[in-house]
Each structure stands twice: as structure tokens, then as C-alpha cells.
Design a binder for this molecule. Structure first.
Ligand code: AMP
Ligand code: GLY
Length: 422
């Protein structure tokens, strides 16, 4: 079978790496891809025109399209491809509202008793400001729509809250801020939970935790994720069962009952306090860099599982996982998540990737002749598996230390929580 993967990040390189191992795969295409993906797949510069993607699929007899990022899902790429008779892994535009509108998800939680922070929705600044005056701080101010991870303001003072409201309604997050959700602040430990969903049936995947802050000791600005590890030690089997019962299953049922069944991977961002899970938010796609560690731990073939999601027959699928933990260290361009330069050369990648327990996933790179150049904020995901989390960490950092890229930086404390756990 020929497969087309949509996206250009570390998540897509990890998915490509895993799909490439499938005996069912003939040719793997990726649009647009990056320098690392280009080593294992045919990269093609398809633009965001859905009809052009559908034509490409017909031309190349694509049996499955795997959509990596949220933006094309929220824009309805899955609907348009399915309408053209093409099989897709990824939710419809209506089901992608679980990520595309925070207010939509909060209303769904309220209607189905799914545990989450209390909230209110606002479409004008005056009412939002009044809400701040009458509620206890800290409060969390969120742009309703997709804001590339930037539309969340944790306000510990009223001034910060009012500033956040102002930022949203004055267009700092574009159309995403036209509506605002204000939430109660949750404390506890965060974890990521993933489940494949075929519209009716949900199959839990492994758990993970990521590191959102840019610098060591969880300091500095929020980023897309500076590293991840799997499993998340806090996610005991009992807690995973509760997440399925209290959060994922009611969501899957509610979406189906509304006539907008969810198909794809549901990524629940959780807050765990006193052993009880609450939903922080949903994403309707794999996490980045969580996918890098999940793919290192997945023993089974990924392609039949993704096809079963697309076909609505996930019931027959069981997935095997390596018990060994995995860890990913993100190397980013200096300056990220603020302004950074593109185009610096990265050397030493072959030597760094020579350990069979290490995989180097490219996130923002491009090839120029024989050279690999940085071409984004998050640039590489240096990943490793080990008998325990310390061994995985030591392998990943040994590889990081072989990479010669003076314009990059990484955190040196990835997985500190898992290391401290025992
Ligand atoms: P989101 O984009 O909704 O995942 O939010 C980004 C980050 O903001 C989360 O990973 C949390 O660290 C934090 N966050 C979001 N909502 C809350 C909340 N209600 N209470 C505490 N932290 C939150
Ligand atoms: N690592 C966070 C995300 O993928 O949204």
C-alpha cells in the first residue's frame, strides 16, 4: 500500500520511521516533509489546496493519508479527501473541534460530566473583565481557537488576567482570540494520554509526559515541548482505566451521538491531583515530541492500526509495547521560542545516530547539497530507549553530545520527574 503523510515536524519523522518498518507499505510519501523524512520517504511540496492533495492521491494510488498536524484537520482536509473516496487517518472538521475550539470541548465536558476545570465563555472583553473581578485568582485565560500553543495565559494577578483578555480581543492570536475561555487554575502533575478511536471504539496507547518550558528546572517561556518520555510513571494502570472511563469513553460516545464521530488519535492533556484525573484540553492528533517516544516503544506494526481507525474496525487490533522506557531531547535553535535564525549547519548526525538504541528525528531541517541546515525553532528530537529511564537518558545525551551545532541548545534535565520517581 502507498501512504501519504501530511506534515513536516519531528512527529511526522517519527511516524514515517515507524510506518517505514511495515511489511504492508509500498511507497511512503510525505508532504512537505523535512531533511530527515527525505532520507526514508519521497517528499513532495503539496500545498494546502485539498483538491490538489486528492489529485495526488489518485495519481499515486494512495491507500491511506495520515494527517499529522491540527491545522489541516480543523480546515477539513479529512472530509474533502473522504468525499473523494480516499481513506484517511484523522478526524473530520466537525470532530476536530475538540482541539479547534476550547469552548466546544468545555461545553461537551459540562454536558457529559467529564472532569475538567470550571469555566466560562466570552465573546466580548467587558463581560470577561467582569468575570475576573468576581473570581479567585489565579485564572487561566485562553483564546478559543488554534493559536500554535501560544493562546494560554496563566494569570496570578488581576492585571495579568486583564492584559490576557485584552491580548485575545485585540487580535494578538488572530481569529483564535475572537472568543475567550476563562478557567479555574488546576494544580497537580500533568501527563499526556493517547487513544486511537475509530468513531466508536477507543484503544489506549502508551502514556507520556513532556516538558513545556524552554529551560532546565522548568523555567523560561512555554514552548511546543522541549522533550518527552514514556511511560509517565504517574499514570498507573488504575489511573489509565479511570481516564478511559471518565474522560475518553464519554467523549467518544458523545461525539458519535452528536453525529460527528471522532476518528483518529485523541490526545488528552491531563492534570492529576490526589490521584484523580482532570482534562486540561484535547488535541486531535499525535503529540510532538510525545510521538517520538511512543514510536520508539511501539513493537507492533503501526499501519494496520491506523487503517483500522480509518475503516472503523479497531476492535480487532491489539498493540504490543516495549516495556523499556524511551526519552526524547529536543534540540532547538538559540532564541526559540522567541526569534531565531535559520540556516546554520548541523554536523555529526551520522555519528550521533550510530547507536542502534538511538533515533534522531528531524523537526525543522532542510538539506542543501550534502549539508543539513537548521530550518525551524525546534530542529531535532534526539531519542533513545533503555532498560530504565536513566539508561535511555544517558544514551540520548551521549548522542546529543556528538552533534556539532553551535547555534542550537537543549535542556539537560529531560525526564527529571521520572528519574526522581523511585
Ligand atoms: P493548553 O494549550 O490548553 O494545553 O494549555 C497549555 C498549558 O497551560 C497546559 O499544558 C498547562 O500547563 C497549562 N494550563 C492550561 N489550562 C490550565 C488550567 N486550567 N490550570 C492549570 N494549568 C493550565
Ligand atoms: N507536546 C505538546 C503538543 O504536541 O501539543
Amino acid at each position: 500500500m502507498n501512504v501519504l503523510l501530511i506534515g513536516d515536524g519531528g512527529r511526522e519523522h517519527a511516524l514515517a520511521w515507524k510506518l517505514k518498518q511495515s511489511p504492508l507499505l509500498d511507497t511512503l510519501y510525505c508532504a512537505p516533509g523535512n531533511a530527515g523524512i527525505g532520507q526514508i520517504a519521497t517528499c513532495i511540496p503539496l500545498d494546502t489546496d485539498h483538491a490538489a492533495v486528492a489529485r495526488f492521491c489518485k495519481d499515486k494510488s494512495i491507500g491511506l493519508v495520515v494527517i499529522g498536524p491540527e491545522a489541516p484537520l480543523v480546515a477539513g482536509l479529512a472530509d474533502d479527501l473522504e468525499a473523494a473516496g480516499i481513506q484517511v487517518f484523522g478526524p473530520s472538521k466537525a470532530a476536530a473541534q475538540l482541539e479547534g475550539s476550547k469552548g466546544f470541548t468545555k461545553d461537551l465536558c459540562a454536558a457529559h460530566n467529564i472532569p475538567t476545570a470550571s469555566y466560562a465563555r466570552f465573546s466580548n472583553a467587558r463581560e470577561a473583565r467582569a468575570h475576573v473581578q468576581s473570581h479567585t485568582l489565579p485564572l487561566v485565560i485562553k483564546a478559543d481557537g488554534l493559536a500554535a500553543g501560544k493562546g494560554v495565559i496563566i494569570a496570578s494577578t488581576a492585571a495579568e488576567a486583564l492584559q490576557g483578555i485584552e491580548a485575545c480581543f485585540s487580535g494578538a492570536f488572530g481569529a483564535a482570540g475572537a472568543e475567550v475561555v476563562i478557567e479555574e487554575f488546576l494544580s497537580g502533575e500533568e501527563a499526556s494520554f493517547f487513544a486511537l478511536v475509530d468513531g466508536a471504539t477507543a484503544l489506549p496507547l502508551a502514556t507520556a509526559q513532556d516538558h513545556k518550558r524552554a529551560f532546565d528546572n522548568d523555567r523560561g517561556p512555554n514552548t511546543g515541548g522541549m522533550g518527552a518520555y514514556s511511560p509517565a510513571p504517574i499514570m498507573t494502570p488504575e489511573l489509565c482505566a479511570r481516564v478511559m472511563d471518565e474522560i475518553v469513553s464519554p467523549t467518544v460516545k458523545a461525539m458519535a451521538a452528536a453525529g460527528t464521530p471522532f476518528k483518529g488519535v485523541l490526545y488528552a492533556g491531563l492534570m492529576i491531583e490526589n490521584g484523580a484525573p482532570k482534562l486540561i484540553e484535547y488535541n486531535v492528533r499525535f503529540g510532538d515530541p510525545e510521538t517520538q517516544v511512543l514510536m520508539l516503544r511501539l513493537k507492533s506494526d503501526l499501519l494496520p492500526a491506523l487503517l483500522a481507525v480509518a475503516n472503523g474496525d479497531l476492535g480487532g487490533i491489539a498493540l504490543d509495547w516495549h516495556a523499556d522506557p524511551a526519552l526524547c531531547v529536543v534540540m532547538a535553535a538559540k532564541g526559540y521560542p522567541g526569534a531565531y535564525e535559520r540556516g546554520s549547519e548541523i554536523k555529526g548526525l551520522d555519528a550521533a545516530g550510530s547507536d542502534p538504541d538511538v533515533a534522531i528525528f528531524h523537526a525543522g531541517t532542510k538539506r542543501e547539497g550534502a549539508r543539513i541546515l537548521a530550518d525551524g525553532g525546534r530542529v531535532l528530537g534526539v531519542s533513545a530507549r533503555g532498560q530504565d529511564i536513566e539508561q535511555a537518558r544517558d544514551r540520548a545525551y551521549a548522542a546529543v553530545n556528538k552533534i556539532d551545532w553551535p547555534d542550537g541548545f537543549c535542556r539537560r534535565d529531560i525526564a527529571w520527574r521520572a528519574v526522581a520517581w523511585r
